[in-house]
Design a protein around this ligand. Structure first.
Ligand code: NGQ
Ligand code: ZN
Length: 477
């Protein structure tokens, strides 16, 4: 399917590389003036240098910051945003939400998924997410029969990402069981089910149909310790390491999101979920632990030491009533972390970072909880750490404005009412904490290629129309 020239075709305006002069840019080491960004034809930054003169280079129309990697998304859930906010019973919970989500997932056809994902990824780009890790577990047709091409739905997601122009790490998900101790799955989970071997074969098929390139990567995701047995986990991870590009491919897993999950795990094996995971696998920087909301002190320490990234999804975790992670401890122990939009109830990296800090303020009854003496600007500290952690989780070089990383960046609107008249040190605070009319993101570039101009994406209108028809079809009768 993929030709050797595919990448060139995707980036007609990007053949010779490019450069941008930034009067003000946030580099990993802080704000710098008169920064020249240069990238090569493949979209990788080859030089990032402050105190330059503009010369003939095009000039950024506002402060420039790194694009944000989104480390956790279930694309299809975008289309049910707002549909589960009505009380079904006084004990509504994550688990009752999950039933509704399963019901919704039953109806999805491949063309619906593709339309939803394309629209969603355009929304992400407009919000400043320049890449996404898609935790993809909807594999089979309604009822559970495999599609003629077993990777049908994963390919639809990749197609949508390619059209939107977002960087993507697809994580095909292994889902074997309905609960701890290899409990049987329910009928509603039939579309997710596979074995380690079928999942690895699906990854192989994806690699063959749409090979990895500068914008695409494939990892895997054991769904959770509820849905995957210790043996399945081992078979999947060791199989991945033997596959092409699998040596350093990312592995993502949902873990310890709900208190009931912790209690069920303890009842089954005497260990807490994160503790169990640590005992089963040698965690390292290739791992992303999604949520990890409920950990004890020993688990916090071990995760910090492992180098694994913790995937925080504050708006979804709030929406689902998961609980509040001890983010103060997480940051104090130098644990790596990033942010994800997860259920896609909101596509707004500013809200994710703000809610992360606000959860801590509400809990500790203090302010600026996630700052440190060395890094007193909360928003800047959170932003830079989330970029670094998100890059690690995505297994792609998207760790910010530095040579060797992708030219993924955002040009802010310096004329925005909250950004104008602010010093560089105040810009990120305005971006993250101020929520007024409009959003201050002007242009977005992925691998140097401009995909959002003046807040608009070239495909947004057609994508919105297709999204609306898909939602209409899904909600019919
Ligand atoms: C998911 N979402 O896979 O979409 C899960 C719910 C589960 C979140 N955990 C299903 N936020 O965990 O069993
Ligand atoms: Zn999730």
């Amino acid at each position: 399917m993929a030709s050797p020239h595919e990448q060139d075709l995707q980036h007609p305006d990007n053949l010779a590389g490019g450069m941008l002069f930034c009067p003000l840019a946030l580099l990993p080491e802080g704000w710098r003036r008169n920064v020249m960004l240069r990238w090569d034809a493949a979209g990788t930054l080859i030089d990032v240098r402050a105190d330059q003169t503009a010369g003939q280079a095009p000039q950024a129309r506002g402060p420039v910051i790194a694009g944000m990697p989104n480390l956790h998304s279930h694309a299809f859930q975008r289309a049910m945003a707002g549909l589960t906010e009505v009380m079904g019973s006084p004990s509504d919970s994550f688990w009752s939400w999950r039933k509704l989500m399963y019901r919704f997932a039953q109806r999805l056809q491949p063309e619906h998924l593709e339309a939803i994902a394309r629209h969603l990824y355009i929304e992400m780009l407009k919000a400043g997410y320049t890449s996404v890790c898609e935790f993809h577990y909807l594999h089979h047709a309604p009822g559970g029969a495999p599609y003629a091409d077993p990777a049908e739905l994963g390919l639809r997601v990749m197609q949508a990402a390619g059209e939107a122009g977002i960087g993507v790490t697809l994580l095909p998900v292994l889902y074997q069981y309905g609960g701890f101790g290899s409990q049987p799955t329910s009928a509603e989970q039939a579309r997710f089910i596979g074995s380690a071997q079928s999942l690895l074969a699906m990854r192989e098929r994806l690699l063959q149909a749409l090979p990895e390139n500068a914008l695409r990567r494939y990892g895997v995701a054991p769904h959770s310790l509820r849905a995957v047995s210790p043996a399945g986990l081992e078979e999947l991870v060791s199989g991945l390491r033997q596959q092409s590009g699998g040596q350093d491919a990312p592995v993502h897993i949902h873990v310890a999101e709900q208190e009931r999950e912790v209690n069920d795990c303890l009842a089954w094996c005497g260990q807490r979920p994160v503790q169990l995971l640590l005992s089963l696998q040698a965690l390292d920087a290739r791992w992303c632990l999604v949520h990890a909301t409920h950990m004890d002190q020993a688990e916090y320490q071990a995760v910090a030491a492992s180098g694994a990234v913790v995937g925080l999804c504050p708006t979804t975790e709030a929406n689902l009533g998961d609980g509040i992670i001890d983010a103060a401890r997480l940051l104090a122990s130098n644990t790596r972390w990033g942010i994800g939009s997860d259920s896609n109830i909101a596509i707004n990296l500013r809200s994710e970072l703000r809610l992360l800090e606000y959860g801590q303020r509400l809990h500790h009854r203090r302010r600026n909880v996630l700052a440190s003496e060395a890094e007193p600007v909360v928003a800047e500290r959170l932003y830079l750490q989330a970029v670094a952690g998100g890059a690690s989780a995505s297994g792609r070089p998207v760790a910010g404005l530095a040579a060797g990383q992708r030219a993924d960046f955002i040009v802010l609107d310096g004329e925005d009412i909250n950004l104008a008249e602010r010093s560089p040190e105040q810009i990120l605070s305005a971006l993250v904490f101020c929520e007024h009319d409009g959003q201050p993101i002007r242009d977005v570039h992925v691998g140097g290629r401009q995909v959002v101009r003046d807040g608009h994406h070239a495909l947004e209108d057609s994508a919105r129309r297709a999204y609306r028809s898909a939602v209409a079809a899904l909600l019919k009768d």
